[in-house]
Design a protein around this ligand. Structure first.
Ligand code: UD2
Ligand code: MN
Length: 348
């Protein structure tokens, strides 16, 4: 082999070595590069992860725009137990004349703009409490004082609406409750409505403020009537109806001005729809009614028997679908939403 041939052979082998070396470093570089890419994909740019994050953000935004008090990511919580572990049964009520709104507010820090939902579980029902009101501030205070902790022990998502009749015209409890329903559903899709006198305080938290398959009457007994049902068809005081049940009967009549009859009218509407009234057991459905005299501006409705005789033919056109009113103000107070409304006065 001449010098020249040897040199040629060496340079060919050299080329192979350089080529293999190059190939190896390219492979090594690719390996490092793809390792980086993997990391990047799994930690930064995984599209599914980003979607989940966006979903959470959207849920959060939705929950903020929903009802007051509905701030948490309810989708992430388990449903609250069938029976709340916080119930205590019968409890002693207190009606201290020195009680004031600030005290009640400071004891209910979890309530915002009248609404509350359990922090660690998803409530089984979303309930709007509707309270017709005028000139009964002290009664309202006593009720708020007892009702907020009571409803929280029941682990409900709830809001309290006080529907305040503006002006001095004759009182109309039923129409105020229709207004309460129509305004509350603008806030949130409440599934259950509790139609609640301002002066009735529940004595036992096993009297559940949730709706049933049938309209529910919660006041079996009151202190002032020896805790006995007043009469068989009695449907006044505190009543729970689902949105569907209330819509089915077209709500209350708007035509009962003054005291009496509007609760019987609602019962007739319920019966016309072939629904039956259910009640909790008498030992839990007990209330204390704060003592009061008949209010001025709420005299006995002398027309009530005549109106009751017309319910069958009137109910379709007299109710939620014919309730006209003017909102004066909606104030979202810490412990309740105060809706002041002008409901007019009786025609003729
Ligand atoms: C009974 C019924 C009530 C209703 C009423 C006849 C019970 C326990 N309650 O209550 O549901 O059917 O008869 O209309 O049987 N209110 C005011 N300011 C007023 C007048 C009334 O806030 O000036 C509100 C308040 O929520 C009160 C409710 O209307 O609790 C019923 O009026 P009431 O307490 O004078 O009538 P009462 O106790 O006979
Ligand atoms: Mn009363």
């Amino acid at each position: 082999m001449g010098l020249c041939t040897a040199a040629k052979k060496f340079s060919r082998r050299g080329k192979y070595v350089v080529l293999i070396g190059l190939l190896l470093s390219v492979l090594a570089w690719i390996a490092t590069f793809s390792g980086e890419t993997d990391k990047t994909i799994s930690f930064n740019f995984d599209p599914t992860l980003t979607l989940v994050r966006q979903d959470k953000l959207r849920d959060k935004l939705n929950s903020w725009t929903r009802a007051p008090g509905h701030w948490n990511l309810s989708t992430e919580k388990d449903e609250c137990p069938k029976e709340s572990p916080l119930l205590v049964g019968a409890s002693k009520l207190s009606f201290e004349s020195s009680l004031n709104l600030k005290d009640v507010e400071s004891k209910n820090k979890g309530v915002a703009k009248g609404a509350y939902e359990p922090a660690d579980c998803k409530a089984r029902q979303s309930v709007a409490i509707l309270i017709p009101h005028r000139n009964r501030e002290k009664h309202l205070l006593y009720l708020l004082h007892h009702l907020h902790p009571f409803l929280q022990r029941q682990q409900l998502h709830y809001a309290i609406y006080v529907i305040h009749q503006a002006g001095d015209a004759i009182f109309n409890r039923a129409k105020l409750l229709n207004v309460g329903y129509l305004e509350a559903i603008k806030d949130f899709s409440w599934e259950c409505f509790i139609l609640h006198d301002v002066d009735l305080v529940p004595e036992n938290d096993r009297n559940l403020y949730i709706c049933d398959q049938q309209p529910k009457h919660l006041v079996v007994g009151r202190n002032v009537t020896g805790y006995k049902l007043r009469y068989k068809g009695y449907f006044g005081g505190v009543t729970a109806m689902t949105k569907d049940q209330f819509l089915k009967v077209n709500g209350f009549s708007n035509n009962y001005w003054g005291w009496g009859g509007e609760d019987d009218d609602l019962r007739v509407r319920v019966e016309l729809q072939k629904m039956t009234i259910v009640r909790p057991p008498a030992d839990v459905a007990r209330y204390t009614m704060v003592f009061h005299k008949r209010d001025s501006g709420n005299q006995i409705n002398k027309n009530r028997m005549r109106l009751l005789g017309q319910t069958t033919k009137m109910w379709r056109n007299d109710g939620l679908n014919s309730c006209s009113y003017k909102i004066v103000s909606v104030e979202r107070m810490p412990l309740y939403v105060n809706i002041t409304v002008d409901i007019g006065q009786p025609q003729s």
